[in-house]
Design a protein around this ligand. Sequence first.
Ligand code: EBR
Length: 385
Amino acid sequence: MKKEREILEELKKYRGMDLKYEDGRILGSMCTKPHPISRKILEMFLDTNLGDPGLFPGTKMLEEEVIRMIGEMLHNRNPFGYIISGGTEANITAMRVVKKIGKGRKRDIYILIPETAHFSFEKAREMMDLNYRTIPLDKRYIMDVKYLKDYIEDNRGKIDGIVAIAGSTELGTVDNILEISKIAREHNIYIHVDGAFGGFVIPFLEEKYKLEGYNYNFDFSLDNVFSITVDPHKMGLAPIPAGGIVFRDISFKRYLDVEAPYLTETSQATLLGTRTGIGVAATWAIMKHLGAEGYREIVSQCMENTYYLVKRMKEYSFESVIDPVLNIVAIKDDNPLDTSLKLRERGWYLSTCRCVEALRVVVMPHVKREHIDRFIETLAQCKKR
Ligand code: EBR
């Protein structure tokens, strides 16, 4: 039997091999160092299990309140949803609902998704035998709305759902969900918005977008937006696991419920059964603690650093694929895979895009100006500029 001290020492060795957000070298992640308040919550909620909420009514109340707070952020006074394991589970959950509603029509299920969709939708397709039609992107790298409209008109009555993205993984682009909503309303089609990343960014940029005359509305204020993925464990600063799925109202619960004979409740709606309440409590605490003002400050800092990165790139003639919409920059590169390997050898971790030849930097709160300066110099060395 090993002593506790020895075990902890051994674990420390393994943990020491991991990268640290605070070193500023993780440039490809959408996660970050959780808000410090999380530490105390981890311990307090260590043994909670929302898979059996009758045993943890207090934690369940917190979940309902978190969903109410997120609903409010997304212009919905009457939301229904869960804090679950992440964006993947949230997207799969939304696809379960689209499938269930579509099944009533007694034909194959067809869902339109943009080229920018996250690969979690591919998992949903495999699991549920869904049929996707991929909608190409326009020159702004968002879903081509004209193509979408024509496709729907050519396939009247055959489309069950549209997936729109508010903050694409690769470029941070936001689909024109206002226009998509008009089309969906006309044809009575369900829209699921994947705001896993943008959900905790866009609401705090409203002022900027108003100023610049953009329309990045993506939430429940738009008709036919029936569900939104919004992850606290990304820009919400919550510890993993904390993904979010929010529906327009409780009427969507019946599409998810399965009978659960041996729990304190008679049905269960979430994909996972046993699930921790830590993410719920931490999200509740962080949202209460920061408030909209706190998030606005964090988001605006990230955006300033994003523009700073673009400015520094220009000094070395690096171009960004688009003017950043959110805190993600795609750097044009003729051989992104090779460049990212060279950067990794020098200790910088970032990923590449699939839809365009580019490297991708997510300017999360742990990425500071001094890191950006050092990164740009290393990139310039790699590219001999
Ligand atoms: C990227 C997650 C990521 C996190 C990548 C850490 C690298 C890291 N994206 O080191 C969208 C728009 C996403 C996304 C994840 C998911 C899945 C859904 N939608 O299940 O929480 O960008 O990973 O979210 P997950």
